[in-house]
Ligand binder design. Structure first.
Ligand SMILES: Nc1ncnc2c1ncn2[C@@H]1O[C@H](COP(=O)(O)OP(=O)(O)OP(=O)(O)O)[C@@H](O)[C@H]1O
Ligand SMILES: O=C(O)c1ccc[n+]([C@@H]2O[C@H](COP(=O)([O-])O)[C@@H](O)[C@H]2O)c1
Length: 200
């Protein structure tokens, strides 16, 4: 029998962390592109519980449920409650420790946009982050994609189709009575309307 490199059998799992207030098509395209490029078997979306840098965020259960609605049709996309259920501010180091414990077999890929990766030196325990996951930074309109200063072997850059969508703009559009159809999945448009989110 031919010997098989054990690493080749390790599932490759993506993690897409975000406040998702609301989740939009920019997030979904980023996750889909990284999954295709890195041959990921699954992408786990992880809504933040208490995003300490975004103190006015919508209640976490709404953000969690919108993420579930948005990802339901894709068999490779799942949603984790690890950050929602942790009763303290959300740090990616905790996200990765929890998911590493839950999936000890997997090779983890943490997906971030160009804006988020540019801030990573301000994140908690930044050096340990790279021991727990490979980071993939995707392009985002309006932000320069660079990983200068980051460990080259631990971070990859990926150009993805440019979608100039942000959650801030989606919230603002809803507040002003503008549509968000086609910026967010249809079910998220309906969820926002049903729960009267983002009305001024
Ligand atoms: N249009 C986009 N293209 C590529 N990456 C994106 C895009 N929007 C968000 N991301 C990335 O997705 C992750 C989660 O983003 P987040 O939930 O904060 O959305 P956001 O649109 O940046 O929100 P906000 O406008 O409220 O700051 C971050 O790593 C962010 O860089
Ligand atoms: O770990 C940190 O200190 C840290 C600080 C800011 C943001 N993050 C993570 O970055 C991801 C995007 O965050 P946000 O606030 O831009 O939606 C999300 O997974 C956050 O948990 C992590």
């Amino acid at each position: 029998m031919t010997a098989v490199d054990p690493d080749l059998r390790r599932p490759r799992v993506g993690i897409m962390g975000g406040t998702f207030d609301p989740i939009h098509n920019g997030h979904l395209v980023a996750a889909s592109e990284v999954a295709q490029h890195f041959n990921l078997s699954e992408v786990i979306f992880v809504p933040t519980g208490q995003p300490y840098q975004k103190p006015g965020a919508t209640a976490s259960e709404h953000r969690y449920l919108m993420t579930v609605v948005a990802t339901a049709s894709n068999p490779s996309f799942t949603v984790s409650r690890v950050d929602i259920d942790r009763d303290r501010p959300t740090y990616t180091i905790d996200t990765l420790r929890d998911l590493r414990a839950a999936r000890p077999d997997a090779e983890l890929f943490f997906i971030t946009g160009a804006d988020a990766i540019a801030q990573i030196f301000d994140w908690k325990d930044v050096d340990e982050l790279f021991e727990l996951a490979h980071f993939v930074a995707v392009s985002r309109p309006g932000h320069t994609l660079t990983i200068s200063g980051l460990p080259e072997q631990d971070v990859s850059l990926l150009e993805v189709p440019a979608l100039a969508i942000s959650s801030t703009d989606c919230r603002s559009r809803v507040g002003r009575g503008f549509p968000v159809w086609y910026l967010v999945p249809d079910g998220v448009v309906q969820y926002i309307a049903k729960h009267h989110l983002y009305r001024s």
